[in-house]
Write a protein of this length. Structure first.
Length: 277
């Protein structure tokens, strides 16, 4: 079907569709989340191609570089240029020379991480790199979890328009949503959030992350590398994610929905308010 003019909501396209409600079909328009190939080039060297929503791309470049361990700090990124090409988008990233030398040693081709995220790796050591980092402890009232999730729903504008995107939010210890990013990929949403925090020079350790996805190993690893002490997900973690969280002293919470949740590690960081009589 023909593509109608771009929807008012950035990151989506309006398509002409045939919708059936109550057995009655009618032609209408529908907002569909945009998804394009985004290539990351470091100092002219191609490194990865991801499928992502074309929003907050500089945040994505910073967050991907940091969470993948390609650079050590935001200051190692010297410049990010966004180039629109016929096939998609190219992010030209300039990094410090010492980081470029390290990247060349581990250079590999990645094919988007909407699945397992391990495509193109050549060894088990590459698949599960050891992360010796331990996060800064953060104490949370359990009520902060439900407040964060409620706040996230209200701020997921692209999800409200399309029903097809994940969100990652940085929340204060009281559950207030301080910053949120969306993308069709859960890894990309978290990378964009980490990148935005780095560009703002925010102290991410003063809050926790909440995500609208399962808590995979990579989501935990990215949280640990950001130095954040707690990760709350609306769906389940994997056993590998739990082991990684335990090793890093990360408070990992799954099935966080309303007043319900399951804590898998560092459970002593969560406190409960007394129930009313």
């Amino acid at each position: 079907m023909d593509i109608l003019p771009m929807a008012a909501r950035p990151g989506a396209r309006r398509l002409q569709t045939l919708r059936c409600l109550g057995g009655v079909p009618r032609e209408t328009g529908d907002d569909v989340a945009d998804e394009v190939p985004v290539a990351l080039q470091y100092n002219g060297l191609s490194h990865a191609v991801m499928l992502a929503t074309p929003l907050d791309l500089e945040d994505f470049a910073y967050g991907f570089s940091l969470s993948e361990g390609l650079v050590d700090r935001a200051e190692d990124l010297r410049d990010v240029e966004v180039e629109m090409v016929e096939q998609g988008i190219v992010l030209h990233v300039e990094i410090a020379s010492r980081c470029l030398a390290r990247l060349k040693e581990r250079r590999r081709t990645l094919a988007g991480r909407t699945g397992c995220g391990l495509c193109g790796l050549q060894s088990l050591e590459q698949a599960l790199p050891r992360c010796e980092q331990r996060v800064a402890p953060v104490l949370l009232e359990a009520s902060a979890l439900s407040r964060a999730l409620d706040g996230m729903r209200a701020r997921q504008l692209l999800q409200s328009a399309t029903g097809a995107t994940h969100a990652a939010a940085w929340c204060g210890t009281d559950g207030e949503v301080l910053l949120l990013r969306e993308d069709v990929g859960r890894h990309n949403a978290l990378d964009k959030l980490i990148g935005a925090l780095a560009r703002m020079h925010a102290d991410a350790t003063r809050g926790f992350f909440a995500v609208t996805s399962r808590a995979s190993y990579e989501m935990v690893q990215k949280t640990v590398r950001a130095g954040v002490g707690a990760l709350a997900a609306i769906s389940a973690p994997t056993a590998l994610a739990v082991r990684t969280a335990q090793a890093a002293d990360l408070c990992l919470i799954g099935f966080a929905r309303g007043l319900d949740w399951v804590a898998y590690s560092a459970t002593e960081r969560l406190t409960m308010e007394p129930l009313a009589a």
